[in-house]
Write a protein that binds this ligand. Structure first.
Ligand code: PBG
Length: 343
């Protein structure tokens, strides 16, 4: 047996760190924050221990808490005071995200990203405008108990792609006007990046970058977020607009389209169950790659830790390190603050 080659030699204290291939920094991390127009107190999010929905009056304090840990970037999600069929509170000048953003950008120097989508703002919870037929069937189902589209496993097209594009442009413009440093469209609408780029450029926001949720999967790992942001679809599911978890060639096509349309940063979401996609996207493009370590990934580790089965600090760090090792440059994660404090 030849033992001249011994990988263990590099694993000694002092040397292990010198040869370490992946490093996690607090400036790689983006912390999600929830601003809620329906409350004047902080409300804990049960399925996401340590996270809260905060009223607009607490938005600055929330962002300052994040910055104290060394994390400088946040992504804001809003829970509006009311919802309608088009999600019009998503682009209102006095909308919840717009009001919070003005305060945050006035009073802090945090880098503020906004999620551009309609699902938290529409009464039906889908990420865009409903087709008339889907709306009619849903309304009928609500009144006389018939089946709404998607209830029997059918996967009809319920969201009108092209009408939604104009609305996403308005949302992005209103965020930029309120001070957003970067916008992140997450509605999985075909052409969303191009539509937003055109609107922003036309409105004088050519310098506001777009981080596209380029490879966004129709994932069951978003469950806790949908409770937190009150954005679950009232009927059906999102499989006719978000990606099929079975595919990764398709992720590269999505990425190419977004690059052609002017995306600056490309995101893969979720992260841990899709590390193969993170790696492929990283190899496929020279744009920065972001990965979203989503609510379900956070909740499951906390649930195991609460049972005493896992050490939360260690599994959180290992998770984020793995996401970086797979090729992500930026990580959106609910662990941002806790991990940053240990770095
Ligand atoms: C909005 C949006 C969602 C998430 C981020 N933006 C929900 C969804 O697509 O259903 C999920 C984030 C998470 O689970 O942490 N479309």
């Amino acid at each position: 047996m030849d033992l001249t080659r011994r990988p263990r030699r590099l694993r000694q204290d002092g040397l292990r760190e010198l040869v370490s291939e992946t490093h996690l920094h607090e400036h790689d991390l983006i912390a999600p924050a929830f601003v809620d127009a329906t409350t004047d107190e902080r409300v804990p999010i049960e399925s996401m221990p340590g996270h809260e929905r905060v009223p607009v009056s607490e938005a600055v304090a929330r962002v300052e808490e994040i910055q104290e840990t060394g994390v400088e970037s946040v992504i804001l999600f809003g829970i509006p005071e009311s919802k309608d069929s088009y999600g019009s509170r998503a682009w209102a000048e006095d909308g919840v995200v717009q009001r919070a953003l003005r305060r945050i950008t006035d009073e802090t120097d945090a880098f503020c990203i906004t999620d551009v989508c309609l699902c938290e703002y529409t009464d039906h919870g889908h990420c865009g405008v409903l087709e008339d037929s889907a709306r009619e069937r849903w309304e009928r189902a609500e009144t006389d108990g018939g089946a709404a589209v998607g209830e029997h496993g059918e996967s009809n097209l319920t969201v009108d792609n092209d009408t939604t594009l104009d609305l996403l442009g308005k949302v992005a413009e209103s965020h930029a006007a309120a001070g957003a440093d970067m916008v992140a469209p997450s509605s999985a609408t075909d052409g969303m990046v191009g539509a937003i780029r055109e609107t922003l450029d036309g409105a004088g926001y050519a310098d506001v970058p777009i981080m596209s949720y380029a490879a966004k999967y129709e994932s069951a790992f978003y469950g806790p977020f949908r409770d937190a942001a009150d954005g679950a679809p009232a009927f059906g599911d999102r499989r006719h607009y978000q990606m099929d978890p079975a595919n990764s060639d398709e992720a590269l096509r999505e990425v190419e389209l977004d690059v052609e349309q002017g995306a600056d940063v490309l995101m893969v979401k979720p992260a841990l169950p899709y590390l193969d996609v993170v790696e492929r996207v990283d190899e496929h493009t020279d744009h920065p790659v972001a990965a979203y370590n989503v609510s379900g990934e956070y909740a499951m580790l906390h649930a195991a830790a609460d049972n005493g089965w896992l050490d939360i600090e260690e599994v959180a760090y290992e998770s984020l390190l793995s996401i970086k090792r797979a090729g992500a440059d930026l990580i959106l994660t609910y662990f941002a603050e806790d991990v940053a404090e240990t770095l």
